[in-house]
Design a protein around this ligand. Structure first.
Ligand code: H2U
Ligand code: ZN
Length: 350
């Protein structure tokens, strides 16, 4: 039936990602009945607390021959196959603006979140997640003490579907001499907004979202988790700090506790959505280091999960997405509704 009033909930439209300036195509009419609440009979993974063949478990030997200590909380080591190296000589190439290259130097680390091979973030105690936040903060501080490091990417790749090599709970940190692409886009957009309005883009966005409430998932004194208006992955989420801080090192003890507890809630809802250990790539975005003050920069964390309808049905970013821009069927508002309906008690414990 023809209608005259444009509706975000039912009419195809594009949405602007205010952090990158890119667009996502939303096609809500394609998913009139998207939610089957489908739960498949996939074998639950039953890992041992200690796996003698795991390169992250305490006391085991890694690829480079080093032996992991018998650690009790988290354990950090330099990646044995680092993508960036600190000793690379400086250099650059530019042949007639046609062949352009610049040296990339850096330090790559791996962080085991727990000695327990069988856990994941949502299954860890809030206090143990808080200890991981402390490690992130300490590593950030240590890495930025190298004057040539300009940006530090803290991230986690979770699940075999995301190319993660090992189910032992772990994340990575890559610190480097330049500013990566996503960060350059976000820096520019945040700077432009700050210069025009005198406050950070995410302060304004968060305030507006808290009033609307439709995309908010959880909130505590220091953080909000939400499905962003411009989400391109089906269940994409963001964690945004209420205080506009530039770096994780600015967080107080209370804020670190609050970050741990909102991460526990977010990842538990994710696991409960399809009753599976929910895969994702997640990471923090923060201001460059050793490059001055960036009052426009507002710390936040992105969660990009690939699952669409069940533990095995994944959204493919192919075709139109590769050649034009991302596209989605279910609206971010609908995804938020589903995530809010998920329990915050992990399904394995009930
Ligand atoms: P994933 O989080 O994508 O699984 O990567 C884990 C990293 O662990 C990966 O970058 C490193 C790999 O280089 N690794 C070691 O540093 N030592 C090892 O013994 C095996 C894997
Ligand atoms: Zn292990």
């Amino acid at each position: 039936m023809k209608h005259t009033e444009f509706e975000l909930a039912s009419d195809p439209h594009t949405r602007l990602n205010i952090l990158t300036g890119e667009r996502v195509l939303v096609s809500p009419h394609r998913s009139k009945r998207p939610w089957q609440g489908q739960v498949e009979d996939i074998p639950q993974d039953s890992r041992p607390a200690y796996d003698p063949k795991c390169y992250l478990c305490p006391t085991n030997v890694r690829a480079d021959g080093d032996t992991n200590p018998d650690y009790k909380a988290s354990f950090v080591f330099v990646n044995d196959f680092s993508a960036l190296l600190s000793e690379t000589p400086d250099g650059a190439v530019n042949e007639d603006d046609l062949f352009v290259a610049d040296v990339a130097k850096g330090i790559c680390k791996v962080i085991s979140f727990s000695p327990r091979h069988d856990l994941t973030l949502p299954e860890m105690e809030v206090a143990a997640i808080r200890a991981v936040v402390d490690v992130w903060q300490q590593e950030y501080r240590d890495l930025s003490s190298n004057g040539w490091i300009k940006y530090i990417q803290i991230f986690e790749n979770k699940g075999a579907i995301m190319g993660c090599s090992n189910p032992h709970p772990h994340g990575q940190i890559w610190a480097q001499n330049g500013i990566p692409e996503e960060l350059q886009k976000e820096s520019l957009r945040q700077k432009t907004y700050f210069e025009k309005y005198g406050k950070t883009l995410l302060t304004a966005y968060l305030q507006a979202e808290l009033q609307k409430e439709v995309r908010i998932i959880d909130e505590n004194d220091s953080f909000v988790s939400l499905v962003p208006f411009w989400a391109s992955w089906p269940y994409e989420m963001m964690v945004v700090s209420k205080r506009a801080v530039q770096h994780i090192t600015d967080f107080t003890g209370q804020e670190k506790d609050d970050l741990a507890s909102i991460l526990k809630l977010l990842t538990t809802r994710y696991d409960n959505l399809f009753k599976t250990s929910f895969p994702y790539s997640a990471g923090m975005h923060q201001a460059p280091v050793n490059s001055g003050d960036f009052p426009e920069w507002h710390w936040h964390m992105h969660f990009y999960p690939p699952l669409l309808r069940s533990a095995t049905v994944k959204k493919f970013m192919v075709g139109y997405e590769m050649l034009a821009n991302p596209q989605r069927d279910i609206t971010p508002e609908f995804a938020a509704q589903q995530l809010r309906a998920c329990s915050t008690i992990h399904y394995k414990t009930v």
